[in-house]
Ligand binder design. Structure first.
Ligand code: PMP
Length: 397
């Protein structure tokens, strides 16, 4: 029989995160700090609203771009938080999570051969989505000495006449890095100078732990016209399974994205959209409560990692911490595999987020302090054993 599989798709590597869960799922007594999803339940008032919508028989397709009331609430949020003015009729599209938005933003804009810059270590979807869109992926390796922020110099040095888009994500998965106002202004200048499109995934924008909070590049004068802004409900409102996100951008681009969405998705799930309206209208207090809890865990982990001597820059956003494991002279995959097999603790090897994630592990702190305590004990034992082995050789054990 013929090989029916598309060669282009065959070359795409499956996510390195899943492999770890497959091993962890077969083991007993595993503590997993692997999954990038909130441990909180979706707040009750949001669940109630979906239940209410169901009782009222809201079980039909909505407009392709999403319920107008939801789009208006999204516009309101962006105005309130970021002083961004988007027209809900033409510039906002409700999607199946941020995931769909990333895919269709690229498919609607990339032409074969266009160079698309993305950041490493970075969220696992960008590279395959660039490849699927026919673009040429061009990574920038972010550095720990820069707190994994993107500098204007790094961006400038990577741009060629073929560069069309930069896709970025701050607050960042997997590093927890955020951008500062000075980075934002400098990056905006480079993006405008080279006439690039920015695709910005700001799905963790409510989860920052600084006084100033999150600032979006889209709010710099001149940037909104060349930005596709992506956000969603999964992280902020603990709604991963509802599959709800959104994107906003210039009408000319959104028109093309809506076409792809219309023919492949039709519309985001109706009950989820009603829940989304409630989340945006009345969810601020729940979000703040979860943010404070994440912050407590973040501080706890930073203190404990410091105590056991694992160096780690201070993450100021999202719910990830990215300790450096270079002293052990093993790959992050070896480190994570041994940690899982010997201590039944699952973390994600940094290399799952691109080659420049090598030498780090990603720990998610979307887990209770109780679980984090057990996890830290296991990590400490493991790290001590590795250090003793390095000092005294295998004979020590
Ligand atoms: N972007 C980033 C940076 C993420 O971490 C995730 C989820 N892990 C997503 C997008 C996708 O989220 P969703 O599709 O659930 O909105």
């Amino acid at each position: 029989m013929r090989d029916f599989v598309n060669e282009h798709v065959k070359k795409i590597k499956p996510s390195g995160i899943r492999r770890f869960f497959d091993i962890a799922n077969e083991m007993d007594n595993v503590i997993s700090l692997g999954v990038g999803e909130p441990d909180f339940d979706t707040p009750w008032h949001i669940r109630d609203e979906a239940r209410h919508a169901l009782s009222r028989g809201r079980t039909f397709y909505t407009a392709n771009a999403g319920l107008m009331e939801l789009r208006e609430e999204i516009a309101g949020r962006l105005r309130r938080k970021h002083q961004l003015d988007y027209n809900p009729k033409e510039e906002i599209l409700v999607t199946i999570g941020g995931s769909e938005a990333i895919d269709i933003a690229l498919r609607a804009t990339v032409c074969p051969g266009d160079e698309i810059i993305y950041l490493e270590p970075g969220y696992v979807s960008y590279l395959p989505c660039i490849e699927l869109s026919g673009g040429v992926p061009v990574p920038i390796a972010l550095k720990e000495i820069n707190q994994f922020r993107l500098t204007a110099e790094e961006l400038e040095a990577t741009i060629t006449p073929k560069t069309k888009i930069i896709i970025m994500n701050f607050p960042n998965n997997p590093t927890g890095a955020i951008l500062e106002q000075s980075d934002i202004d400098a990056l905006a200048r480079v993006i405008m100078k080279h006439d690039l499109l920015l695709v910005t995934d700001e799905i963790y924008d409510d989860l920052t732990y600084t006084e100033s909070g999150h600032v979006t590049l889209a709010s710099v004068p001149g940037m909104k016209e060349r930005t596709v802004y992506i956000n969603g409900f999964s992280k902020t409102y603990a709604m991963t399974g509802w599959r709800l996100g959104y994107c906003c951008g210039p009408k000319a681009i959104m028109e093309q994205m809506i076409k792809i969405h219309q023919f492949t998705i039709m519309a985001a799930p109706t009950l989820s959209q009603y829940a989304g309206i409630e989340a945006l209208k009345n969810g601020d207090a729940s979000v703040e409560e979860m943010r404070q809890s994440y912050n407590q865990r973040r501080r706890y982990l930073l203190k404990e990692l410091d105590r056991i001597g694992l160096t780690c820059f201070e993450p100021l956003g999202a719910f990830y911490i990215f300790p450096n494991i270079q002293e052990f002279q093993m790959t992050s995959e070896e480190f994570a595999t041994q940690l899982l097999l010997e201590e039944h603790l699952a973390v994600i090897p940094g290399s799952a987020f691109g080659d420049s994630g090598e030498g780090y592990i990603r720990i998610s702190y979307a887990y209770s302090i109780k679980e984090l305590k057990v996890a830290i004990n296991r990590l400490e034992q493991f790290v001590q054993r590795l250090r003793e082995k390095a000092l005294y050789g295998e004979a020590a054990h």
